[in-house]
Write a protein that binds this ligand. Structure first.
Ligand code: BYC
Length: 311
């Protein structure tokens, strides 16, 4: 078959909602775009463990510590599924990790903000995992099979993450005035960075048009951000916390909430390596690589021994 004919088969599959699988022919740009997005997604799960791990030793009870530990372990698992999905596209996991450590591959902007109080553990679960779910539920229908199937499993676990965060904050809101203030302060700091998780506005998103055409993305950045805002308002009301946006109001005509302008300068600063914790996060990942190297070596030595025995 000629390249044109291969491309037609590929586009027919996209049109008919047939998943693209690792052995199928695909345009090189489709492959590269997926490696970029899935790799960034994997890095985000792994780096995302750090802000929460900051509170593991200071969790206020055994129950809270066990929940937080389970959530962080889930995130390690999500990172592994996603690295595996990216590897089906012919890339090496270590090369992707090295690219991130060298600043050549991104991870989600949100994890460059610090977790300053215990309420932040709840807010990260509620708003950060909540925003991630809105994005990831849509990605369950992405056109690349391994990514889509990974998302189905990840979404189930993310729901637990979101709920544990909201429940933690509900408990704090039933507590003292000081605890309620801690929740409000936390939400004030995380709301806007959570909105930035969806990426730039559609008009400024260089990858969106092609990713939508290939059904890698099923909804645009702005559509998902709007869905998240609309979902969140009732949750704020029920929790008894105010949204730190004076421009937020229901728009009858659009059938959606209007909201204020995001600080895009801040977003671009953060994704270009100049956020509050970028250096710290990369340093933590570099140290984790070095400290864990012996585990990888031991696992490889064991695997070599097993296959020598089987031969
Ligand atoms: N942060 O053309 P655009 C989690 C970059 S973790 C950083 O719109 P695209 C959790 C973008 O990469 C879940 N960078 O891009 C874990 C591009 O730069 P490059 C994380 C961002 O790809 C632990 C440039 O800006 N979720 O749930 O079409 C604890 C232009 O953007 C961001 C995912 O990774 C950002 N927020 O759309 C708790 C979801 N936004 O690559 C929770 C998967 C944009 O050209 N990813 N950029 O250098 C996606 O859905 C899409 O990649 C995005 C961006 C919507 C994020």
């Amino acid at each position: 078959m000629t390249e044109k004919e291969y491309e037609k088969v590929f586009l027919d599959k996209i049109d008919s909602e047939t998943k693209i699988e690792p052995r199928d022919w695909m345009p090189e740009k489709y492959r590269k775009n997926l490696v970029r997005q899935i790799g960034q997604h994997a890095h985000s799960e792994i780096v995302g463990m750090h802000p929460e791990a900051n509170w593991l030793t200071r969790a206020p009870s055994l129950k809270r510590k066990a929940i937080l530990m389970a959530k962080i372990q889930d995130e390690a698992g999500h990172g592994l599924y996603l690295y595996c999905a990216a590897e089906t596209l012919g890339v090496d996991r270590q090369d992707m990790i090295d690219a991130m450590l060298e600043g050549k591959m991104k991870y989600a902007s949100i994890f460059n903000y610090p977790t300053l109080s215990w309420a932040d553990v709840g807010t990260v679960g509620w708003l950060v995992d909540g925003a991630a779910i809105v994005n990831q539920v849509a990605l369950q229908r992405t056109s690349y099979g391994p990514y889509s199937r990974g998302m189905v499993r990840i979404c189930k676990e993310e729901s637990f993450h979101q709920r544990q965060g909201y429940e933690l904050l509900m408990e704090m809101m039933k507590g003292t005035e000081e605890q309620r203030e801690m929740v409000q302060d936390s939400v004030n700091r995380w709301w806007w960075p959570a909105l930035m998780m969806f990426g730039p506005n559609d008009t400024d998103s260089p990858h969106s048009a092609q990713s939508m055409a290939w059904k890698i993305k099923r909804f645009s950045n702005d559509e998902l951000r709007q869905k998240f805002v609309d979902n969140s308002v009732r949750q704020f009301e029920y929790l008894g916390v105010s949204i730190p946006d004076p421009d937020l109001k229901w728009n009858e005509e659009r059938g959606h909430y209007d909201f204020g302008e995001i600080n895009w300068d801040e977003f671009y600063q953060v994704i270009s390596g100049h956020g509050p914790c970028n250096r710290q996060r990369i340093e933590q990942r570099r140290r984790a690589q070095e400290d864990g190297a012996w585990v990888v070596e031991a696992a490889e030595a064991f695997a070599a021994k097993q296959s020598a025995k089987a031969a």
